[in-house]
Ligand binder design. Structure first.
Ligand SMILES: [Fe+2]
Length: 265
């Protein structure tokens, strides 16, 4: 058997607003060292006050130690970021958005040990707007990614647990990891599936948990009780950095997957 050195990947789930950004900027350098992390992938689709990301925020996240950024249904909420999505090859938006929408859905980055890692972003079709079915495009995307890198990580940004479990099972043995995002509530099902794919239905949220999925609770409750539009603001307390920590061998087969959660205030 050829020797394949292990690659450790930290996936940071949905960075929410300034509290989430501060958590990454202040603590990621130390967490990277502490856990021997070779590569960090972060979902930042809520990083700009809860909706979208800007080029300035993305660059700050790179400086803090994030190697690749994934997005989701809020990818296009900040117009300023459109040219950045086209120009920067470390950020991906859902691959199953319209082909003529700005940005790319697959990219390849290099881990600290030199391992090439493909990062794919997909969006679910239950309760979210997907231009194409994630199940229809997944096989082609994965084949493309595997031709460029042995290690492949998929961020599946979706609302329904059933859809995420199904995509994880579909891609089991074909990618290194399928990690779910979007619900901001971390699930308790981290596992390596039978075919060797690391899987977690939802990584949770890097941001203020004294909230309704990041938003000040009273504002979210007011909108739900009245049905009247309410301007949402990020909450502040109960900040946690959440996601998944996984390991794979150089062939891309996952050897471990666990939830990651650090309380910061
Ligand atoms: Fe989302």
């Amino acid at each position: 058997m050829p020797y394949h050195p292990a690659v450790r990947i930290l996936f940071i789930a949905d960075i929410f607003g300034a509290p989430g950004r501060r958590a990454v900027e202040m603590h990621l350098p130390e967490l990277r060292a502490q856990h021997g992390v070779d590569l960090v992938v972060a979902n930042a689709e809520n990083a700009a006050d809860g909706v979208g990301v800007t080029s300035r925020i993305a660059l700050k996240l790179y400086t803090a130690g994030v190697d690749a950024i994934t997005l989701g249904n809020h990818a296009y909420r900040q117009r300023e970021v459109y040219p950045f999505l086209e120009a920067d090859d470390r950020i991906v938006r859902p691959a199953n958005h319209a082909a003529n929408a700005p940005g790319r859905g697959v990219t390849v980055v290099e881990a600290a040990d030199g391992t090439r890692v493909a990062v794919i972003n997909l969006i679910g079709q239950l309760f979210l707007d997907a231009a194409q079915s994630p199940f229809e495009v997944a096989a082609g995307l994965v084949a493309d990614a595997r031709s460029q890198a042995k290690v492949v990580l998929v961020d599946f940004h979706a609302e329904a647990t059933s859809e995420k479990v199904a995509l994880g099972r579909l891609l089991d043995g074909r990618v290194t990891a399928v990690i779910g995002t979007h619900t901001h509530v971390q699930t308790n099902d981290a596992a390596v599936l039978p075919g060797g794919t690391a899987y977690l239905t939802d990584g949770g949220m890097t941001g203020p948990h004294d909230s309704v999925i990041g938003v000040k609770a009273e504002l979210a409750i007011k909108r739900m009780r009245t049905g009247i539009p309410v301007r949402f603001e990020p909450a502040e307390g109960g900040v946690r950095l959440e996601g998944a920590l996984l390991e794979c061998d150089g062939s891309g087969r996952a050897t471990s997957c666990e939830t990651f959660r650090v309380s910061l205030d």
